[in-house]
Design a protein around this ligand. Sequence first.
Ligand SMILES: [Zn+2]
Length: 723
Amino acid sequence: MKRSQPKWSPPSGEGKSVLRLYNSLTRQKEEFVPQSGHTITWYNCGPTVYDASHMGHARSYISFDILRRVLMDYFHYDIFYCMNITDIDDKIIVRARQNYLMDQYIQSNPSPDQIKKDVTSSLELLKAKIAKESDPDKLNMLTKMQQKVMALVDSGDAGQNVNTVRLVEIRDIMAPWLDKQKGATVTDNAIFSELPRYWEEEFHKDMVALNVLSADVLTRVSEYVPEIVEYIKKIINNGYGYESNGSVYFDTKAFDSAPNHFYAKMVPEAYGDKKALAEGEGELSVSDEAGEKRSATDFALWKASKPGEPSWESPWGKGRPGWHIECSVMASDIFGESMDIHSGGFDLKFPHHDNELAQAEAYYENDHWVRYFVHSGHLTIDGCKMSKSLKNFITIKEALKKYTSRQMRLLYLLHSWKDTLDFSEKTMDVALEYERTLNEFFLNVKDSVRNVAATGVSAFSKWTEEEVKLNERFQGKRKAIHEALCDNVDTRSSMEHIRELVSAGNSYMATARSSQRQVNRKLLMTIAEYITDMLKIFGAIPTEQSIGFPQGGAQNTNVEETVMPFLSAFASFRDNIRSLARETKQKDILSECDKVRDEVLPNLGVRLEDHEGSATVIKLVDKEELLKERAEKLKLEEKKRLEKEKKKAEQAEKDAQKEAQRRIPPSEMFKSETDKYSKFDEKGIPTHDASGVEIPKSAMKKLQKLYAAQEKKYEDFLKSQKS
Ligand SMILES: [Zn+2]
């Protein structure tokens, strides 16, 4: 007798996928384990706000938005996301100062002679800069600039009046010249904060337009100067920083030789890369030759400000933070001694991110300030690197004039976030095609389930082989997508699986239609809802965020549900009218039926599709899209009409020629050809060629044949005239 329950053991759970992320710190995919339970702390390097954001910026913001959404809405982590705004920076300082000086110059209303003189002096400065430039890309750009301005000077266009100074080319060479003369006189700190405030506002607008989620907390360098000073003090106290000539530098040698530290741990091979280091130090930094640094690999934590540069008080005199320190300080202030994820563009790896790591680990004396460092891939334009000399910088606003933010996001989803992404008409066409495929699928699903009950007994019909087949496909794809997302958030494969699932759904609906069988509403809707949910998770379909209980009780605000019963009634009424009109051959009524489909309903966002032998399909589509479709259809019809007209005209021309030909009496047909013949017989047939030589017999025969043919044509003509 079995008196107790038998032993139970859980299934082995084999094949369970875990999330792995590509970690730049190890250069491979690592299992993702948050430091504390289910919470993720995440810091993303934000923009330096001194100009319009371009597609290169969008590359990292959209990529990390997708990553963040998948971790949050698919893997359901609780994410705390911080991003900074760099509003103190050498580029900002130079740009703000030059803008200010250019405005001042224009306001001073200089004479044409003065302008010519100043432009010429500016050219001299540019020449000196060209002589020193070693980067071929920049050199190319500067030389082109020089040629353009020289041409403007030669043609006299460079100095007509003060407005010529506004020309981009002239402005670009004159601003640095003015800056050199008067930069040091610009002392009002407000001049340096106005510019970043403006571009930060524009940046936020771009992010909203791209449907990029905003950070949970946003930190600006200008708001963290006291914290930065304290942080630097501790780095010095820990033995990894030193003051020199009013600036403070990070002692890379001291840090690297400490047993618990490692300098440049993300990109060790870049250690000592002078070019990258110099770029990281900023264009206003003191050159190496000044001997301020103990080692060439050291970098600035605090920069002494020269006249014409904004400054804050510090124990080392008036100055401002170096570039890298801000991220270490602000991320530490928000997250403490370690965070789960740090993200940024590929080109920030060295020196920026390696220096951030060194600073924070010098401050905390730890070795794990960041657990997972993730970097988005590059962006190319038409296969080329974005560069100033190629003039292929596309701003986000420009791109959004051509494509919707959803289309752009689909492009990102169709590519891996960590590889190079090419933005071009060709790659965008693929994204547009993907969007169309999805859209048609959703419309078809809506149409085919429209008359199938959603609830009650009749909503559940027995599954046939078709349903079993489709469901197997669905379960398989859902599993495959889960595995793809676990594998370093591989949206590219996920999108491919979705595409295949869509085509399985389409062929299921086609089979049902052709065999006049009702579709299984529940199954189709489950698949369509799943795909919709995935697109929402990816940020390709906006989700409304609101707080509290829904307002208005059970009130129905779904347009589709509201209008569809009326549209269905109208469509079936129209179907009946059309078949009656056909039977009784009433063309006017049929054309009215076409008119309502082609001209009236598209304006209301409704597409009717007539299918021979079955009920009209109704689709609610975006009005703009329908009007576009309509315009394209009209264009095509117009093209066809023009072709037809052209053919008709050609035919008429041929007929006229034929008619003219048959009106010629045979006796006259050769006489005008005096370039070929010189003598004719009494009938008018040539006997001698132009040079007076008798025409040979064989040729005569041919001429006689032609004559006989014309005789017949002419007789026909005379007959037609009589009757
Ligand atoms: Zn940073």
